[in-house]
Design a protein around this ligand. Structure first.
Ligand code: UDP
Length: 429
């Protein structure tokens, strides 16, 4: 089996998913070959959306689906507003002034003016940043809004405002049924997934693991407790440090908080800097864009924490479980759908519970191993990219009845035909 590769094909998944699933996916993809799908998001790196799009678009390509991935551009003001909207969707307060709405909508109009969409059969818009784009195109192909955030308790004011845009879509994809909303489009639930062959998730030699840790000055003379996350308050890094300090009174260990700052997240740097005063010999706080380091840390850690307070899904949990780590995750959002408490990891709701699980797991390597084996199997069965891709294929097929997807006409006639969709901008392009 492959360890890691830049060019993963669906056939590489066969040893993990079996020949029957492989054949099924190949068949579904064959029916949709040459379908031109556009994914639109707001950052190429940092965060789970970029992580998934970089792999899923290439896997789709290898199956003959013409998956494209484009970004919208925005000013710092724009990303300040969209981060507030993101936080409000997860339940935070927001002072949604007319000026903020204007900044948000105006930048999206500018993007619409720049982007010609005539060449696509399906458009998938990720998260709130590009959401209003739909308003500026004449639509003759399906437009899907894919929202990745935890919508369990959205701020009603922001939801009412965004509903105006959401209702224009043909379908909405959410990660979990409990995120469903009072909106017009049909809602489909698709959980995220990982690429098991990427540099972040593939097998790593012990020498490479040691090299990565040494390179960043991470000692492994004592058990490592790690949390890998964007620097974001919802990931509760302060709570992680407090829990670690209490656990450290009972067991020897080193805490590593590894984080990054996504380019569409203006709060990350501030959160990172606010944590630095907690640095000490056994508390390492790092920021690095290094997939091999994420991989090494998740493999070497005795305990991987993901103590989120809200979590749309939590790919870091999936990534760590895939590596057989003992994961302790916040009892919220998508983490609950991955960890079965006490079986393949632990769910925690308080700092006290976190302390207790850290201490227990550090003291019991045999239990860590057992939990880790079950965790890996959970990911193999439920959270691999092949499953995500198959769900996308099913969704595209479901649109065949209502939209004559252009790729079919191409294959029927053997000739390209003009796309029906117009990029005419309603507001004056
Ligand atoms: N990540 C990373 N380096 C870091 C922190 C995070 O590469 O220092 C990656 C992590 O491995 C995962 C993604 O960013 O692939 C985070 O996705 P998740 O769904 O956990 O959270 P999000 O950031 O989307 O809220």
């Amino acid at each position: 089996m492959k360890r890691y590769s830049w060019h993963v094909k669906i056939e590489d998944y066969a040893p993990l998913i079996g020949d029957e699933a492989l054949e099924r996916i190949l068949h579904k993809a064959h029916r949709l070959r040459d379908l031109r799908v556009l994914h639109l998001s707001s950052t190429f790196y940092g965060g789970g959306v970029a992580e998934m799009l970089s792999s899923s678009t290439l896997l789709a390509r290898s199956l003959g689906i013409k998956a494209d991935w484009r970004l919208i551009q925005g000013s710092p003001d724009f990303f300040n507003v969209t981060k507030k909207i993101h936080n409000a969707l997860q339940g935070a307060e927001i002072n949604l002034t007319d000026l903020k709405k204007e900044v948000y909508e105006e930048i999206v109009v500018q993007n619409a003016l720049r982007m010609d969409m005539t060449e696509y059969d399906v458009v998938i818009v990720h998260d709130p940043q590009p959401l209003p784009l739909i308003h500026h195109y004449r639509r003759t192909c399906p437009w899907i809004w894919r929202c990745h955030v935890d919508l369990s308790q959205p701020n009603p004011e922001v939801m009412d405002y965004l509903r105006g845009f959401i209702d224009e879509y043909n379908a909405v994809i959410l990660s979990l049924p409990e995120y469903s909303q009072r909106i017009a489009p049909p809602q489909v639930f698709i959980m995220p997934a990982i690429n098991p062959f990427s540099l972040k998730n593939g097998e790593l030699d012990d020498a490479v693991i040691r090299d990565r840790l040494e390179h960043y000055g991470i000692p492994d003379d004592e058990p490592i407790v790690a949390q890998v996350s964007r620097f974001d308050r919802w990931k509760d890094p302060e709570g992680v440090i407090r829990a670690f300090l209490l656990a450290h009174e009972e067991v020897d260990a080193t805490l590593v908080l590894l984080g990054n700052v996504a380019s569409d997240d203006p709060e990350g740097q501030e959160v990172f800097e606010s944590l630095l005063s907690h640095k000490e010999e056994r508390i390492i706080i790092l920021t690095a864009e290094d997939s091999a380091l994420v991989n090494a840390l998740q493999r070497r850690a005795a305990v991987v924490l993901q103590k989120s307070l809200r979590e749309g899904f939590g790919l870091t949990v999936t990534e760590a479980m895939w590596k057989g780590a003992a994961v302790v995750g916040g009892n919220c959002g998508g983490i609950r759908h991955q960890i079965e408490d006490g079986v393949n990891g632990y769910l925690v709701s308080t700092e006290e519970e976190t302390v207790q699980r850290i201490v227990q797991l550090i003291r019991d390597p045999a239990q860590r191993k057992q939990i880790g084996l079950r965790a890996r199997d959970t990911v193999r069965q439920r959270f691999l990219m092949s499953r995500l891709l198959e769900q996308y294929l099913d969704l595209f097929s479901a649109f065949e009845a209502t939209f004559s997807l252009n790729h079919q006409r191409v294959s029927a006639l053997g000739l390209p035909v003009a796309n029906k969709m117009s990029s005419d901008n309603k507001s004056g392009t």
